[in-house]
Design a protein around this ligand. Structure first.
Ligand SMILES: Nc1ncnc2c1ncn2[C@@H]1O[C@H](COP(=O)(O)OP(=O)(O)O)[C@@H](O)[C@H]1O
Ligand SMILES: O=P(O)(O)OC[C@H](O)CO
Length: 497
């Protein structure tokens, strides 16, 4: 029997490290997953152990390759997708991190960002060059924090002994035995150090944030022959031919590759991207401009709304305060509640992202009465994620992108049918859920396949996107208006707190 080929995707997310195998028709063949420990050393700080991420990557990669081979498939190439912005500083000799990775959700550099933003011309220059807003979310101030707080780091960096990068960059480095120091353009566009139009590191931004240029990787495409897995590691010799940030990867997996198309991914956070083609649109309404893809050196762009807390709300109900036993129980709870009876939950656990950008805001529940029950709180939590999505769509509309009448959703929360329907109702938009919900890993497999010559381009690779279920808006305009007005009031209170 001739072996069939498969593509391996490594999906290093905020809460877990996974590897998946797909055949060349993009059917999922195998999966392996290891949860990732979250460290919260101080209020608003979030860290990951990059050494733990590396070890978990090796394990899931080995497991998924074994499973694919057992099913009669030979791995052809690897694609890496990752939680973006999360920053690692490591030793070029040993590959060992000097400190825990600072996670995208971490707010420790809020004061540094606020200080820089005091000079309006600096804030404007940063937005115009990077498409981003001065916020601790992005990597630049995280790298500077590491250099300033790890003893001796600045001296070692000046001596060329250190390297910095986001997670895909760190994994590519380690997988190739230190041969490859590259970051793809989608990840690089989230560092706040890249000139988004030219697609190269900006000397001016490196100076502003105090990040030495020699720490940074080379910026590359999302698909190409980047390097191969070093001897002695699982998959030794396999080429790494895809690298892409997880939200852009989900957009690829959702076949959102043409101007106007919108996808929204509901994992730990929620990230809504509208493709803008080869046009870089600078938002006037506090959304972000970002690189959607870079193929054969050609940049494509998107406008993005980033919500920091989506699935975390459900996790909090489950693990924090025990209102539900499993995430999926939130659906039945919302249905049982019938209504929140005026209760709103604003999940600003780590501040509010787009369009508010309030790193110091913290969560709030309003409208409680003696009769409020647990199911109503759960429903208010699910509703909050739909309201936040609607706020992003409102900002997109104000930016002149037109009103998005169709959204493709994915991520863990997309499995929740009640949530998907409420989302359609509140956003007054058709919500489409694809058959394959593993869109993030799928995007990385597609990039790897393009890099390995399976498909010539994104259009050819994404032709088979298929709908699973469509949710049409069914709420009357009056109810929608009343409910969103209540949400707006709760957010204003949260921003005051
Ligand atoms: N049926 C469900 N209803 C609501 N939330 C869910 C459901 N299933 C999973 N989730 C939430 O989705 C999130 C996991 O999504 P996933 O896409 O795997 O996250 P990430 O990639 O950010 O680690 C978790 O926060 C989980 O609580
Ligand atoms: O790990 P996820 O899927 O929540 O994604 C994290 C984002 O990339 C952060 O920008």
């Amino acid at each position: 029997m001739t072996e069939k080929s498969c593509l391996i995707a490594i999906d290093q997310g905020t809460t877990s490290t996974r590897a998946l195998a797909f055949d060349t028709d993009l059917n999922e063949l195998a999966v392996a997953q290891i949860p990732l420990e979250q460290h919260f050393p101080q209020n608003g700080w979030v860290e990951h152990d990059a050494g733990e991420i590396w070890q978990a990557t090796l394990k899931v990669l080995g497991q998924v390759i074994d499973k694919a081979k057992a099913a009669g498939y030979a791995p052809l190439a690897i694609g890496i997708t990752n939680q973006r912005e999360t920053t690692v500083l490591w030793n070029r000799e040993s590959g060992e991190p000097l400190h825990k990775a600072i996670v995208w959700q971490d707010r420790r550099t809020a004061a540094a960002c606020a200080k820089l933003a005091e000079d309006k011309s600096v804030a404007k220059m940063v937005q115009e060059q990077t498409g981003l807003l001065l916020d601790p979310y992005f990597s630049a101030t995280k790298i500077a924090w590491l250099l300033d707080h790890v003893p001796g780091a600045r001296e070692k960096a000046a001596a060329g002994k250190l390297a910095a990068g986001t997670i895909e960059c760190y994994l590519a480095w380690r997988l190739t035995g230190g041969k490859l120091h590259v970051s793809d353009a989608t990840n690089a566009s989230r560092t706040m150090l890249m000139d988004i139009r030219g697609g190269e590191w900006s000397e001016e931004l490196c100076r502003l944030f105090g990040v030495p240029r020699q720490l940074l990787p080379e910026i590359v495409d999302n698909a190409g022959a980047f390097g191969s897995v070093a001897d002695g590691l699982p998959g030794a010799g396999l080429p790494i031919t895809g690298m892409i940030g997880d939200q852009q990867s989900a957009a690829v997996g959702q076949a959102c590759i043409a101007p106007g198309q919108v996808k929204s991914t509901y994992g730990t956070g929620c990230f809504l991207l509208q493709h803008t083609g080869d046009r870089m649109v600078l938002s006037q309404n506090r959304l972000l401009s970002t690189v959607a893809s870079r193929m054969k050196g050609k940049l494509a762009y998107a406008v993005e709304g980033s919500i920091f807390n989506a699935g975390t709300v459900i996790q909090w109900f489950r693990d924090g305060i025990g209102l539900i036993e499993n995430s999926a129980d939130s659906e039945a709870a919302a249905v049982r509640a019938g209504t929140t009876d005026g209760v709103y939950l604003v999940p600003a656990f780590t501040g509010l992202g787009a369009p508010h950008w309030a790193p110091d805001a913290r969560g709030l529940i309003s409208g409680l009465t003696r009769g409020t029950n647990a199911d109503q709180l759960v429903r208010a939590g699910l509703e909050s994620i739909a309201y936040q999505t609607n706020d992003l769509l409102t900002a997109l509309k104000a930016d002149g992108a037109g009103s998005a009448k169709q959204i493709r959703i994915d991520g863990g929360m997309a499995a929740n049918g009640w949530f998907a329907q409420f989302l359609a109702d509140i956003c007054d938009a058709t919500v489409d859920r694809p058959q394959i919900l593993e869109t993030t890993a799928l995007g990385a497999a597609i990039c790897a396949g393009i890099g390995a010559g399976v498909w010539p381009d994104l259009e050819a690779a994404t032709r088979n996107w298929t709908l699973d279920r469509r949710f049409e808006p069914a709420m009357d305009a009056g109810t929608r208006k009343k409910m969103t007005a209540g949400w707006d009031q709760a957010v204003s209170r949260c921003l005051l707190s």
